[in-house]
Design a protein around this ligand. Structure first.
Ligand code: TXA
Ligand code: MG
Length: 326
């Protein structure tokens, strides 16, 4: 079976309500959605992705009026962030209510919630009228999907319908923020920059994955957002990340992933340039698609040049780091 692909919101909503899997566009990346209150449907998400069940899912809502049914309390700082950034590319953690099954949260007492801003996603969530658990619609650990075709290529046999909302405008997963203690923590860098968050609530801390492999094994339980796993978002080809092309001896079978046009790049090597106008937001929007094209090329190796460590550049560097980890 190959999933049909289209823009029929009512059909997609009915499928969700019936316990089927629907992939749908959001502004960040495509999600693989299931009714979050239906354990059997949620179990299908883990199976389709090949995702370990210690990796909790994000619950998507159509509006804040649905929040009271899934979360027990709303921390003050979370309320402030919601007011500023929802709907949008930000996920917040809350103490969960029992309507959300343990499978969704990997047994954690907290639930990650997001209200996306993509109009089609919002219409779908509204029509389905259930909270929708949705990880990114890719196989576990691989490159995230930013078009409906990316989903069809990887999960076409596993999903019942793909709601096509075009190319994702943000192109990176949501930024995950915990306001559960006074120390506000960013658990995953993403489509909302740290600078934007800090402008609203002041300094935040970044949760770093441990580089110690022993510690990582210990942490590869639900306590650590697995978007924080060392290897993630990974292409099949060897990916090497450098600060500058002068740091590496380029080979004839290399292809290049560049933020923008750089000087002294060998003309005979294929290059993907993410933003001619040197705009990190545009780089983010094109990032995963470009990585996929390079992965599908007949090159031996992808060489990527790091982004400036500011704004969305930080999240882009985070994705490069994990995509290149071995
Ligand atoms: O932009 C996005 O967030 C996309 C779209 C579809 O909304 N979704 C997404 O989901 O990126 P996924 O499953 O690929 O990443 C979800 C991340 C995982 O790293 C998971 O560990 C973390 O969210 N997470 C979920 N619930 C959590 C919780 N209760 N505590 C800590 N981390 C949590
Ligand atoms: Mg993912």
């Amino acid at each position: 079976m190959t999933a049909s692909l289209g823009t029929d919101i009512n059909h997609a909503a009915q499928l969700l309500r019936a316990g089927s899997l629907v992939a749908f566009a959001t502004e960040t990346v495509y999600g693989l959605g299931a009714d979050a209150t239906n354990v059997d449907a949620v179990a299908k998400v883990f199976a389709a992705k090949g995702r370990p069940t210690f990796d909790p899912l994000i619950v998507h809502l159509a509006g804040v009026d649905q929040l009271a049914s899934v979360v027990a309390t709303i921390p003050d700082a979370a309320q402030k962030l919601m007011d500023f950034f929802w709907p949008g590319p930000m996920t917040l953690l809350f103490p969960k209510k029992s309507l959300i099954p343990d499978l969704v949260t990997a047994g954690l007492e907290t639930v990650a919630v997001r209200i996306p801003s993509h109009p089609l996603a919002l219409e779908l969530l509204k029509a389905a009228d259930v909270p929708v658990a949705a990880p990114s619609a890719n196989k576990f650990g691989s490159i995230s999907p930013t078009t409906a075709q990316h989903v069809a290529d990887q999960l076409g046999d596993e999903v019942d319908y793909i709601l096509d909302g075009g190319s994702c405008s943000v192109g990176l997963e949501s930024t995950i923020v915990s306001c559960l203690s006074d120390n506000i923590e960013v658990l995953r860098l993403g489509g909302l920059s740290v600078e934007q968050i800090e402008a609203v609530i002041g300094p935040v801390t970044l949760k770093q994955a441990s580089s110690d492999p022993g510690k990582q094994a210990e942490e590869s339980s639900a306590q650590l957002a697995p978007g924080m796993l060392k290897r993630h978002y990974a292409p099949n080809k060897l990916l090497v990340v450098v600060d500058s092309l002068s740091d590496i001896e380029l080979q004839p079978a290399d292809v290049l992933l560049l933020p923008w046009e750089l000087v002294n790049v060998p003309k005979d090597l294929h290059q993907e340039i993410l933003s001619e106008r040197q705009d990190l937001t545009e780089c983010a929007a094109h990032f995963f698609s470009a990585l996929r094209r390079l992965d599908a090329s007949d090159a031996d190796r992808i060489v990527a040049v790091r982004f400036p460590e500011e704004g969305l550049g930080r999240a882009l560097n985070d994705r490069l780091e994990r995509a290149s980890a071995r």
